[in-house]
Design a protein around this ligand. Structure first.
Ligand code: THU
Length: 144
C-alpha cells in the first residue's frame, strides 16, 4: 500500500533520532545489540520501544514490536512512520544489519500497513533508507 501522506524529511529525522534515543533503554545483555524503534501515529504522536531480551532466547522482544504494542496500548490505531535504530551495528555494516526482522515486518503489515520505515544511519541519526511497509513484505499473509 502506498503511503497516503509521505513523511517529510523533518519527520524522517525525528523518527531516526527518537529510535536512536530509545535504543539506549534496550535490555540486551545476551546479544549486546541494542535496537530502538519509534512509531509516528496519525495524530503526530511518537511512541517508542527498545528490544527486551530474555535468558530463554526465543522470548526476546524486538524494538519494533515493543514500540507498536506501546502505541496500540495508548489507543493509537493509524501510523505514518516507523523509525528503527541499531546503535550497535558495526560502523561498516550496511542496511542488512539494520533492517527489521521478518516477524516485525509481519506485525507492520497488519498494524501499520500505510507506514514508511525509516532506517537510522550508522551515526544513529541521519536516515539511511526509507521504504513503505508494503515493500518490506510483498505478498504478506493476511486474514482480513
Ligand atoms: N532485534 C530487534 O530489536 N529488531 C529487529 O528487527 C532485529 C533484531 C533485536 C532482537 C535481539 O534482542 C537483538 O536485536 C539481536 O538479534
Amino acid at each position: 500500500m502506498k503511503p497516503s501522506h509521505p513523511l517529510t524529511h523533518d519527520e524522517q529525522d525525528r523518527l531516526a533520532a527518537a529510535a536512536a534515543a530509545a535504543a539506549l533503554n534496550a535490555y540486551a545483555p545476551y546479544s549486546r545489540f541494542r535496537v530502538g524503534a519509534a512509531v509516528l501515529d496519525s495524530d503526530g504522536r511518537l511512541h517508542t520501544g527498545c528490544n527486551v531480551e530474555n535468558a530463554s532466547y526465543g522470548l526476546c522482544l524486538c524494538a519494533e514490536r515493543n514500540a507498536l504494542s506501546t502505541a496500540l496500548g495508548t489507543g493509537a490505531r493509524r501510523f505514518r512512520g516507523i523509525g528503527v535504530a541499531c546503535i550497535d551495528a558495526a560502523p561498516g555494516l550496511g542496511l542488512e544489519g539494520r533492517t527489521p526482522c521478518g516477524a516485525c515486518r509481519q506485525w507492520m503489515v497488519e498494524l501499520a500497513p500505510d507506514a514508511e520505515v525509516v532506517i537510522a544511519g550508522g551515526d544513529g541519526r541521519q536516515p539511511m533508507a526509507v521504504w513503505p511497509v508494503s515493500a518490506l513484505l510483498p505478498d504478506a499473509f493476511r486474514l482480513t
